[in-house]
Design a protein around this ligand. Structure first.
Ligand code: FE2
Length: 304
C-alpha cells in the first residue's frame, strides 16, 4: 500500500477564535473543537447575559465543557430550557420521573457500551436534535473519554470536485440497523453483554428519512458533512453498491484524529455538543468499572 502524505487541514486554527466574553471564561480544549467554560454554576438560575455568552461559545467551539457541577434533575432541566425544548428518545429509557433525562449506563460486567460507534444523535428522525447535554454522574477512574469530530472541517477537507459531486445529494437515514427487532441493540449477544442502558427495540425503527449529505448550519451558515455510520443507510437515487462506496469513504474521512477532541470526564463534568456539526464516540476502555451518564437532549430542526 502506498504511503500518503497527511492532508493539510484548511480549517486549522478554527478553535483559536476568541470572542470578547464579559461574563464567562472560555478556554479552548483541543485544536479542532471543544472549550472549557468557567464561571457558570448550573445549580442556580443562570442570567440571560451568561446564557447568551454560553450560546456564543457553543457556536464558536462546537462542544463546550463545564466542570465540578452539582447536577440535579430540576436544575439541569432549568439550564437546558434556555437552549430549546427537550427531545425524548424513542428507544432508550430515562431517569425515573424525568422522561427527558436519558440514562446511559455501563455496568462493570457489561462488555459493550452505548454509543460505541461514531455518530450524530438521532439522525433517523426528520428533525434530529440540536444538541445534547451529557452529564458525568459516575465515571471510571480512568478511560471512558468521549471523542468529538468537527464536521465543518470534514467538509472543508474534501476537494472541490468531491464537494461538487455531493452538492444536492440526499442520504437516507434510519435506525433499522440499531433499534429495530433485527438491529444491533436487540441482538441476544448485545442484550447479554450490555444490561446497563435500558433499550427498547421497536419496528418503528425501520422508518426512513432523507437528509442532505452536506447541511448548512442554521446559525453559523457554515457547511458540515452530515452522514454517520449507524444511521445513514444509503444515498437517494443510487444503487446500494454505488452509495456504499461513497458512504464508506465519507464516514472514515469524517473522523480523522486531526479533527477530533477527546474529553476526559470527572464526576460533575458536563459536555454540551452541537449535534448539527459534530459526530461523537464513547470509548469503551474501562472494563470492570461503572459509568453512569445523564443526557438531556435539545430539539432541533430539519437539516437543509
Ligand atoms: Fe450519541
Amino acid at each position: 500500500m502506498k504511503w500518503q502524505r497527511p492532508k493539510v487541514i484548511p480549517g486549522a486554527g478554527l478553535n483559536s477564535v476568541q470572542q470578547d466574553y464579559q461574563h464567562i471564561e472560555v478556554k479552548p480544549y483541543a485544536g479542532a473543537c471543544g472549550a472549557e467554560i468557567f464561571g457558570v454554576d448550573i445549580s442556580h438560575p443562570v442570567s440571560k447575559e451568561v446564557i447568551e455568552e454560553i450560546k456564543q461559545a457553543f457556536l464558536d467551539h462546537l462542544v463546550i465543557f463545564f466542570r465540578d457541577q452539582l447536577i440535579e434533575p430540576d436544575s439541569l432541566k432549568n439550564f437546558g430550557r434556555s437552549f430549546g425544548s427537550f427531545h425524548i428518545h424513542p428507544y432508550v429509557g430515562s431517569l425515573e420521573g424525568h422522561p427527558e433525562i436519558m440514562m446511559v449506563i455501563k455496568n462493570p460486567e457489561d462488555k459493550y457500551n452505548f454509543s460505541g460507534t461514531w455518530h450524530s444523535d438521532v439522525t433517523f428522525q426528520a428533525e434530529p436534535p440540536l444538541g445534547s447535554i451529557l452529564c458525568g454522574m459516575e465515571v471510571p477512574k480512568f478511560g471512558g473519554n468521549t471523542l468529538f469530530s468537527n464536521q465543518y472541517l470534514a467538509y472543508d477537507m474534501l476537494t472541490d470536485t468531491y464537494k461538487m459531486m455531493l452538492e444536492g445529494l440526499n442520504a437516507i437515514h434510519s435506525a433499522e440497523n440499531v433499534y429495530s427487532h433485527e438491529g444491533e441493540y436487540a441482538s441476544t449477544d448485545y442484550q447479554d453483554k450490555h444490561a446497563g442502558t435500558p433499550i427498547r427495540a421497536d419496528s418503528s425503527a425501520n422508518i426512513r428519512v432523507i437528509h442532505p449529505i452536506v447541511r448548512t448550519h442554521p446559525e453559523t451558515g457554515r457547511k458540515a458533512l452530515y452522514v454517520n455510520e449507524p444511521f445513514t443507510v444509503g444515498i437517494e437515487g443510487m444503487s446500494e453498491e454505488e452509495s456504499e462506496s461513497i458512504l464508506r469513504y465519507l464516514v472514515k474521512h469524517a473522523v480523522q484524529p486531526d479533527i477530533c477532541c477527546s474529553f476526559r470526564w470527572e464526576p460533575g463534568s458536563i459536555a454540551f455538543w452541537d449535534n448539527r456539526c459534530l459526530q461523537h464516540y464513547a470509548l469503551n476502555d474501562y472494563p470492570g468499572e461503572r459509568r453512569v451518564m445523564w443526557r438531556l437532549t435539545i430539539n432541533g430542526d430539519r437539516p437543509v
